[in-house]
Design a protein around this ligand. Sequence first.
Ligand code: GAL
Length: 700
Amino acid sequence: MSARRNFEWPELLTADGRGIAFGGDYNPDQWSEDIWDDDIRLMKQAGVNTVALAIFSWDRIQPTEDRWDFGWLDRIIDKLGNAGIVVDLASATATAPLWLYESHPEVLPRDKYGHPVNAGSRQSWSPTSPVFKEYALTLCRKLAERYGTNPYVTAWHMGNEYGWNNREDYSDNALEAFRAWCRRKYGTIDALNQAWGTTFWGQEMNGFDEVLIPRFMGADSMVNPGQKLDFERFGNDMLLDFYKAERDAIAEICPDKPFTTNFMVSTDQCCMDYAAWAKEVNFVSNDHYFHEGESHLDELACSDALMDSLALGKPWYVMEHSTSAVQWKPLNTRKRKGETVRDSLAHVAMGADAINFFQWRASAFGAEAFHSAMVPHAGEDTKLFRQVCELGASLHTLADAGVQGTELAHSDTAILFSAESEWATRSQTLPSMKLNHWHDVRDWYRAFLDAGSRADIVPLAYDWSSYKTVVLPTVLILSTADTQRLADFAAAGGRVVVGYATGLIDEHFHTWLGGYPGAGDGLLRSMLGVRGEEFNILGAEAEGEPGEIRLSSADDSAALDGTTTRLWQNDVNVTGEHAQVLATYAGEEADEWELDGTAAVTRNPYGSGEAYFVGCDLDVADLTKLVRAYLAASSQENADVLHTVRASADATFDFYLPRGKKTVELQGIEGEPVILFQTDREEKPGSYTVRRNGVLVVRR
Ligand code: GAL
């Protein structure tokens, strides 16, 4: 495995190079040059100090195969730099020019039915196409030669959301590359046959030239899940390789500027294995789009918690979020009062040192014309632009107070995330198609907040051994090695919490045998002291059938009385001599499914630690009861507030953000206020009233 790249953070054009980066995607090529000076005037007014430039500009830079035009880019970079605004310069490969598709239609990806994806949008290229790669790397080199020493270009913004539109490619290029990938990974065809379990349905391969990609086979539930999982890994690896090739083409000419690419960790997606990607950038960046409704802030914090872990606690970059509505949902709600500023400050509270938006000026045409921006269609005399200016000023205040470079204090609980389990839960061959690892991570995250505690989200592949508790929600895949790490962690005094669909299969999608959850050849089972025989699946829309089963507490706490499961129950026996049953299934519905009195939640001592089994799905409210009773019982925090701490050797900052609609009264807060957004300082020292979507930041 390659070593992680050094952490390097792009400098600003301030006297000491420091400050919180603030700005957004800037697409001056959508506008006539007459408007550029006005853009810069407004950027200065808003306190913008950074833009991401040329993301979709390949066709402008190379209008035909043998013509290059850097004039416009030179002019705008110059104008920006002279105004004190640095540029994250894109490799500009997110969209390819139409002339390239004309002469080389073979660079287009294909869908699973074998149809070419049409040109005309973005990422319409196959990462395994050697022809495409050659054109893309030529462009990268040209950009590096031209701007490698430009003092205003301080970071490389590679591609854009790799995989957004070409995550899966079923082209012939992909087929060939997949065969090579399988050969590298497995060495012999026997090993691959073994891994994919090809004796099932007589699919044994005689050589790597018989390896297929999982193109449409009649129905998605007919695809070999092991093959599909490898194809997901392969797709991730090919895009990562493509990114690295672009990066290295630039680095050969311009080795001393930091590289990043914007990840997509938000609401409904976390589609790449970012635990691997994070090692290949100098600083990690994310595009975060909000989830409207009561979980808005919780979801933001949850996504950011994963970003903070990917950044190994170093500051990270919000490359995109929205000032208000997006334009790609069925209904595009705008942000509520205060949320434009609050969301940005929430990202800072969670460890971000750069706050950027898609995009600077709202487009007048195209697919995203109705997406919000920093300068809306109505121009500068708008509430929205005034909020953008207010935000710029707040970020300046935070930077002056010394927030930049401080690190987010960690909690003692890690919820473990695994991209592979996320991919595996999408297989259409599982007992339920309603599994969703990422959403279960989020539900557990919210439950900890509701219990007045805060968890971190850590990739399973990283080192989480310094935490006190690790939670594994729907970590479907557990390898022997990972199961052993969990056992070692518990043996040394840690607490492991295993969710209902965790540890059922190995890394080849083979079911662990001998009783669920059998990960590590039964090691997980014996840690838990339970043995599952069957799954009980609910949620079918069958008329008159019970849709839920109640739990009854089995210890004195009565904490889980009345909690309810609606999707998945494990029919288990308790096998651990010292295992304690904390709740059972109860009532008529449980009886009908032969679950009455069956253990639903258990705790088993293991070495110096312990292992909990949560054998069924629970909603956030019920998970909260569980967390409060057993996992964060001593927690003192006010559950109405998201409280984070960022600290360095020089300073400590506390961030307080109300999570819900309620105004929050805070008392006994130490330190000097730095930000009072929708917040009043009361006469009594240390007392504050923080209204909905408000933010209080104090410096201790
Ligand atoms: C991102 C993308 C941007 C813009 C934005 C709209 O996925 O990187 O270019 O499309 O979404 O929300």
